[in-house]
Design a protein around this ligand. Sequence first.
Ligand SMILES: NC(=O)c1ccc[n+]([C@@H]2O[C@H](COP(=O)([O-])OP(=O)(O)OC[C@H]3O[C@@H](n4cnc5c(N)ncnc54)[C@H](O)[C@@H]3O)[C@@H](O)[C@H]2O)c1
Ligand SMILES: O=P(O)(O)OC[C@@H](O)[C@@H](O)[C@H](O)[C@H](O)CO
Length: 464
Amino acid sequence: MKRRPRLTRATAATTEPRLTAPRPVRIVHLGLGAFHRAHQAWYTDVVDEAKEWGIAAFTGQSPDRAVELMAQDGLYSVIERAADGDRARVVGSISAAHDGAAAARFAGYLADPGVAIVTSTITEAGYRISPDGQPIAAPEVDADLDALRRWRADTEPPTVVTAPGRLLLGLQARRRAEGGPIAVVPCDNVPDNGRMVRSGLLQLADRIDPLLAAWIDREAAFVSTVVDRITPATTPADVVAGSRLTGFDDRSPVVTEPFHDWVLAGEFPNGRPAWELAGATFVSDTEPFERRKLGMLNGAHTILAATGLVRGHTTVAEAIADPKPRELVERFWDEAARSLPAEVDPDGYRAQLIQRFANARIRHRLEQIAADSTLKVRLRILPILEAELAAGRPADTSIAAVAAWLRLAERRPDLPDPAAAALREAPPGTHGDRVRLAAVDERLVEDHALSAQIIAAASAATDL
Ligand SMILES: NC(=O)c1ccc[n+]([C@@H]2O[C@H](COP(=O)([O-])OP(=O)(O)OC[C@H]3O[C@@H](n4cnc5c(N)ncnc54)[C@H](O)[C@@H]3O)[C@@H](O)[C@H]2O)c1
Ligand SMILES: O=P(O)(O)OC[C@@H](O)[C@@H](O)[C@H](O)[C@H](O)CO
């Protein structure tokens, strides 16, 4: 096999001078996974001709990705994988990558008035905040709050382990340093994610120090975002493909689809990159866009994961090619589209989705999508079910979608999920189904007629 030079700033600069120097850090990111690198870091790289916007990215749980990226000076390739071919771009916007446990580093960046933005991609469940903005009771969060309460300004920052703990540590450091206003920009698949994170952090901050809560209320602008770009986990074959395309030995590429979208609402009091130059849209309210995306794309993904795994499929492309899941998804889209305004073009989005899901060169694993699925059913399917019932319609397909997930939850208790304990302990039969539905949302079991209907649909759907 041909030996290629290792991807570093020195080797990349020989062909692409734009990659020579790391850019000054003005964005701090929490959750250095595949998606951040294919989306926010890619947008920033594409638009930042003046090379003013560098990112310091922190991992969420394990330091591995930071170690891997720093061996390449933060550089990596984004492989855009279309149905008919690949193209690659080496991304230079990540100036530094760190272990999420490096509290002093994180606090140091946030204290810098030059840092203008904190972004995050830490999974829906990682915020430990429920969709209505209430903090979720958890001993790890309590332990972080205790440590932050005890943290004196003249001592090293404590090691905190949860995402809200880390965000609050950074904001406390900025307040103490009088670092000025900052934008907090969550980029996970949660409705009105800016409002949710603001509400949860304000309540948690109040438990640390009411002055911190008052400072956050005044100085931190929370931006709601709808993010869209299907980005599966990188495989060893992708590493080989990336190196072949770029000519560099790149151990950390990311594969994504050509499609990309980003809708944002909120203020950036300390500036931002001109992300609109790469297609981002700034709006006054993300709500119709997020209902379209979370319902039609993510809702369909959750249905494909539930039905596809039970039917023996591995990827989204395989599941959408199977007439049974496809039919359920098409009917679900009919329901979802009914409550969407024409201005977000549900029909056009739907036509694109079929193409995107059918792209068999993107191997998006159903097991990856099925992780944390109790919360995903709540965020992606229930809003459509509720909208249908509120409009006096039967919501048959949304009910069938929840029923399909019930069967998956029963058959695959091994899938990662914060509600795993409740799901595992659920007894067989109707009582177990009620326990599973309660893990999604208590309201599902409080409505006896609705839970009976879902459970009956699940019993009837023996082949899904
Ligand atoms: N991959 C996609 O197609 C896609 C598209 C849109 C949005 N997103 C959002 O981005 C998130 C991450 O996706 P990814 O593809 O980068 O996954 P990934 O597995 O590559 O990375 C996940 C990141 O989140 C961190 N994390 C996981 N659980 C956490 C927790 N409990 N607390 C703190 N950090 C935690 C991990 O350490 C890692 O840094 C998704 O959950 C989703 O909300 C992903
Ligand atoms: O990333 P998750 O785990 O929130 O959800 C899995 C997929 O539905 C999701 O990643 C989509 O691919 C993405 O939201 C497309 O923009």
